[in-house]
Design a protein. Structure first.
Length: 229
């Protein structure tokens, strides 16, 4: 819907409507936080058919479900449909990583690494290591609690999966979803594919830190979680 309306707008990015780019204005139109009259260019005769088409599209737009809750990352302001909480009795979501350093680790080791695409060095406890896949619990970036000289430096690692309890809307196995890992230090929206589910307990793989949607201008709510202790 937003993409369709953006293509029908003049595309001048003139800021007359109050938005820096036409796609942000289109998003506001869909969210009913802006009026079509704000775009003075649309009143020109050459855009009459476009204006009529936009009116038609907006009239078809369903009213948002009040029970649907959207979460917004504090760092990037991207929207997510889900929060991924730790499994019952565990201190943090389980995370699966692959190290490019090929260093052997074992259960109970404390490691430090930087996820590919993330600027923050993480400190984590190793839960298991098998066939190059390391499953961990994040302990945080706190150097005073876990000095670097007492950790194993894994360098840059690729995050391949998360396990936890998914809170949010309905989903099916195979769905690509946007989520915020519970206790994420940056409150960063991630995306990934749900590959396994037992009720709300899920495994999400093919993790991507780049979320392909526009930041929200007027977020429904912000998600804030206490940092890992």
């Amino acid at each position: 819907m937003i993409e369709q309306i953006t293509r029908l707008l003049p595309g001048a990015n003139c800021n007359i409507c109050g938005f820096k780019r036409c796609e942000l204005y289109a998003e506001a139109l869909v969210e009913k936080s802006a009026s079509l009259s704000a775009c003075t260019l649309l009143s020109q005769e050459r855009f009459k058919e476009n204006l009529d088409h936009i009116h038609f599209l907006l009239s078809k737009e369903k009213k948002p479900n009040k029970e649907t809750h959207m979460y917004v990352g504090l760092i990037d302001n991207y929207r997510a449909e889900y929060i991924l909480h730790p499994l019952k009795g565990e201190p943090a979501c389980r995370e699966t990583i692959v190290s490019f350093a090929h260093i052997q680790v074992q259960q109970g080791d404390t490691i430090r690494y930087r996820p590919l695409g993330c600027p923050i060095t993480h400190i984590a406890e190793v839960l298991s290591s098998e066939l190059g896949m390391i499953t961990i619990h994040i302990k945080g970036p706190r150097r005073e609690e876990t000095p670097y000289d007492k950790t194993i430096n894994m360098g840059t690692c690729l995050v391949t999966g998360f396990s936890g309890i998914l809170q949010g809307g309905s989903f099916e196995i195979g769905d690509t979803i946007r989520f915020i890992p519970g206790l994420c230090m940056m409150q960063k929206v991630h995306s990934g594919i749900v590959v396994q589910a037992e009720g709300p307990n899920v495994i999400i793989e093919l993790i991507d830190l780049k979320v392909w949607n526009l930041p929200t201008k007027t977020p429904t709510s912000f998600y804030r979680a206490d940092p890992v202790q």
